[in-house]
Design a protein around this ligand. Structure first.
Ligand code: NAP
Ligand code: ZN
Ligand code: ZN
Length: 352
């Protein structure tokens, strides 16, 4: 079927209206009418080819929330009318050790199919994301959303599918919890969920920001302390005091400044994915025995666990709703660190 979408045709051209083809649901497929789609900074990196691997036309969007419109004959977990969500992946090899462990994002055969810009194994070409009317996904990669979530809260659920799981997963993996001092760097889409989760897990939370105007919001979101990272004295006062720091920054910045804030055996985890490499001074790792790591989104079982955790605790993302026609304005604002704290597209605007 041919449907409406928004696509980038080249790195330099603004996103605009575009028709794409979705497959008719196969026996295991779920067809989801998209209500809301979050705007991740990765959408911008990809649309502008900042990671050098974009295939055009590119339809971004991997924070997808909607209702099931149709199910294939073999689908067991969903029925027409259910709420459903799709994150950053729509398939993987499903048989390698990583996939067997529910870590499909780390599929060892290179089989992870990302929601956009991935190889479409069925139609050929590339996958198209959630800046579109609907999406067809194998039910194994479709997440359940609690029907207890109130309709007005649904826009704030969509960004959990990337910003939520990308911050939840490393904090679970490195066992963030009570008694720990945890830093979150950058109060954007990922960072604001990092603050909420670190607080929910019982850690002492310090937010590092380049935007002094975000301090009050950071405290409301769950930060115990806010440090403006451009202030050298404020940074020096935090030296060697952190167990864990989650770096959610989308652009070039100095990692050494954060390594110096870790205790012995403390860990700095990168989830931000800037365009260019970031230099590291070896001695910031050697003394006193610090760890530098990275983490990519989260697997399907953990994404479901995170959605259920959020539904139970009433955790959602703070969103600014936009129309699809405003996506370029939203990208421009992301580049100025001016979002509070995730843009979410009301997909009804695609029809108008
Ligand atoms: P975002 O909403 O644009 O937030 C990024 C934040 O970084 C900004 O709000 C700003 O916070 C800070 N920042 C921006 N430029 C900076 C600079 N030059 N120096 C220091 N701080 C700066 O982006 P996002 O959607 O949260 O995504 C963040 C990054 O994570 C992106 O690179 C994205 O591609 C990546 N990502 C990775 C994964 C993964 O699986 N690892 C998943 C999703 C996204 P302040 O105003 O508070 O300083
Ligand atoms: Zn994302
Ligand atoms: Zn695999």
């Amino acid at each position: 079927m041919s449907i409406k979408a928004y696509a980038a045709q080249a790195a330099e051209s603004p996103l605009s209206s575009f028709s794409i083809t979705r497959r008719d649901p196969l026996p295991n497929d779920v067809l989801i009418d998209i209500l809301y789609c979050g705007v991740c900074h990765s959408d911008l990196h990809q649309a502008r080819n900042e990671w050098g691997n974009t295939i055009y036309p590119c339809v971004p969007g991997h924070e997808i929330l909607g209702r099931v419109a149709k199910v294939g004959t073999a689908v067991t977990r969903f029925k027409e009318g259910d709420l459903a969500a799709v994150g950053c992946m729509v398939d993987s090899c499903r048989t390698c050790p990583a996939c067997q462990k529910g870590l499909e994002q780390y599929c060892e055969t290179g089989g992870t199919v990302f929601t956009y810009n991935g190889p479409d194994k069925i139609l050929g070409g590339v996958t198209f994301g959630g800046y579109s009317e609907n999406i067809v996904v194998d039910e194994a990669f479709v997440l359940k959303v609690s029907e207890k979530v109130k309709p007005e809260e649904l826009p704030g659920v969509a960004p959990l599918l990337c910003a939520g799981i990308t911050t939840y997963s490393p904090m679970r993996h490195w066992k963030v919890g009570p008694g720990q001092k945890v830093g979150i760097v950058g109060l954007g889409g990922l960072g604001h969920m990092g603050v909420k989760f670190a607080h929910a897990f019982g850690a002492q939370v310090v937010l590092f920001t380049t935007s002094p105007g975000k301090a009050e919001d950071a405290r409301r979101l769950g930060a115990d302390e806010v440090v403006v990272s451009k202030d050298p004295d404020a940074m020096a006062a935090q030296a060697r005091s952190f167990d864990f720091i989650l770096d959610c920054v989308s652009a070039q910045h100095d990692l050494n400044a954060y390594l110096q804030l870790l205790k012995r055996d403390g860990t700095l985890v990168l989830v931000g994915a800037p365009e260019h490499p970031l230099p590291i001074a070896a001695f910031n790792l050697l003394m006193p025995r610090r760890n530098l790591a990275g983490s990519g989104i989260g697997g399907i079982p953990e994404t479901q666990e995170m959605l259920d955790f959020c539904a139970e605790r009433g955790i959602t993302c703070d969103v600014e709703m936009i129309g699809i026609q405003d996506v370029e304005t939203a990208y421009a604002r992301l580049l100025k660190s001016d979002v509070r704290y995730r843009f979410v597209i009301d997909m009804a605007t695609l029809k108008s």
